[in-house]
Ligand binder design. Structure first.
Ligand code: HAM
Length: 424
């Protein structure tokens, strides 16, 4: 292992790219503000049991993908593989449901899954998620879809599709479970090892299997929609009516079950035509039983998480989200004698006014400093030599239109005003 290579499945976000991330983060905050979602920040790791209970023992994430470790106090902890279970834990622990409902929260940050890395699939990745807790209103299911779509739209993304399904509730699901076991049992020898072991423990998980041999069998499996109880059917119908009202196009996908046990009723996934096999740019659903499962009062809830890395990949492939890189407000060139000290004092004062000021740290020639100013795309340049120092006056040059003005070096108000006009 070379010390200079990062761990497999992780990424550095370097200057030149970070600007895109920040731009996207700003759009995320704007759209959350419009929908009334407030930010919450939870720890990067939680007790392992939270995920085992919350996500489900028989899911891929819990069986194969968690970064679990024992700390020095002999506690089993896990780097969060997703944000919903931690948010629910925080909702209960901080008694966030004591006021008016629903409580609408969002989070943004790194998640960790031990997956086989490939384009768009990483071991550390960033999710932005929204969760509305405390209401079963189908309109909230629709807002959990509308909000990220508004984000995608505000980024200029096109070519994505919403896939929608309802996976029922503890009332109607057992009959479907039985039907699935009945359907898959004659095919047991053709199923992959993991499907074989899950058939009786959690047959719904089989519908989520990506193994080609299993996929062929899954195609003809019975669809859950035929087994929904009347409450779930009505709820699903309301979701579709609201989606139609908001002109949000979707495709019904009766095989969509999602890789978590906490889901009830509505589930959805948004896929982008720009990405290869890892084409889901976000997904979510309703989880009316999770809060109780984790130790809270029975509370319905629904949410969605955007895969930020994948969204950026999709945007890049469509040439969207190009950020014009801004240069400094001023490059202070100095040459000889005490000019560097004066330049440092001026820079210090102007930076204190919030302006971006660059200067030379290597006592280079004026020519080299002018080159540096150009390379940084500085908006103005000011050169201080012995003469300027003696007269307390220098020329500030606008690098875009070449216009020059004389400014006093002992009265920085005038200079800050000139620079302020181009400051953000
Ligand atoms: P998820 O489908 O596991 O759902 O993840 C949501 C999104 O995160 C995916 O659609 C994908 O864009 C991104 N993602 C997942 N794994 C990776 C990875 N290894 N590398 C890069 N991106 C990835 C959840 O996590 C649920 N908590 C969503 C939710 C919120 N359900 C209700 N509320």
């Amino acid at each position: 292992m070379a010390l200079t290579s990062r761990p497999r499945g992780t990424n550095d976000v370097i200057p030149g790219e970070i600007e895109l991330w920040l731009e996207l983060e700003e759009k995320i905050r704007n759209v959350c503000h419009a929908y009334g979602y407030t930010e919450i920040r939870t720890p990067m790791f939680e007790h392992t049991e939270l995920f085992q209970r919350g996500i489900g023992d028989t899911t891929d994430i819990v069986e194969k993908e968690m970064y679990t470790f024992v700390d020095r106090g002999e506690r089993s902890l896990t780097l969060r593989p997703e944000g919903t279970a931690p948010l629910v834990r925080a909702y209960i622990e901080n008694n966030l449901g004591s006021g008016s409902l629903p409580v609408k929260l969002f989070y943004y940050g790194p998640m960790f899954r031990y997956e086989r890395p490939q384009a768009g699939r990483y071991r550390q990745f960033t999710q932005f998620g929204v969760e509305a807790l405390g209401s079963a209103d189908p309109l909230l299911d629709v807002e959990a879809i509308a909000l990220p779509i508004e984000l995608y739209r505000s980024c200029g993304l096109s070519g994505f599709e919403v896939q929608l399904n309802s996976i029922g509730c503890p009332e109607c699901r057992p009959a479907y479970r039985e039907k699935l076991i009945e359907y898959f049992t004659p095919h047991i020898d053709s199923l992959c090892k993991s499907c074989q072991s899950r058939l009786h423990r959690n047959p719904l998980r089989l519908l989520d299997c990506k193994v080609e041999g299993c996929q062929r069998i899954i195609q003809d499996a019975p669809a859950i929609t035929e087994f929904l109880c009347s409450d779930c059917s009505t709820h699903f119908e309301q979701v579709r009516i609201h989606l139609d009202d908001l002109n949000i196009a979707y495709k019904l996908n009766p095989r969509l079950v999602r890789g978590f046990d906490y889901y009830t009723r509505t589930v959805f996934e948004v896929v982008s035509s720009e990405l290869g096999s890892q084409n889901a740019i976000g997904a979510g659903g309703r989880y009316d039983g999770l809060i109780e499962e984790v130790g809270g009062k029975p509370t319905p809830a629904v949410g969605y998480a955007v895969g930020v890395d994948r969204l950026l990949l999709a945007l890049k492939s469509q040439d969207k989200l190009q950020v014009a890189l801004k240069g400094p407000n001023l490059y202070l060139a100095h040459f000889g004698g005490d000019t560097k000290r004066k330049a440092a004092q001026i820079a210090h004062a102007l930076r204190g006014m919030g302006l971006w000021i660059e200067l030379d740290y290597a006592d280079r020639s004026v020519k080299a400093q002018m080159k540096a100013a150009n390379r940084l795309a500085s908006q103005y340049v000011l050169v201080i030599g012995d003469e300027e120092l003696a007269s307390n006056e220098a020329i500030v040059r606008n690098m875009t239109d070449g216009q020059e003005q004389s400014v006093r070096l002992d009265e920085l108000e005038q200079l800050s005003k000139i620079l302020g006009a181009c400051a953000k």
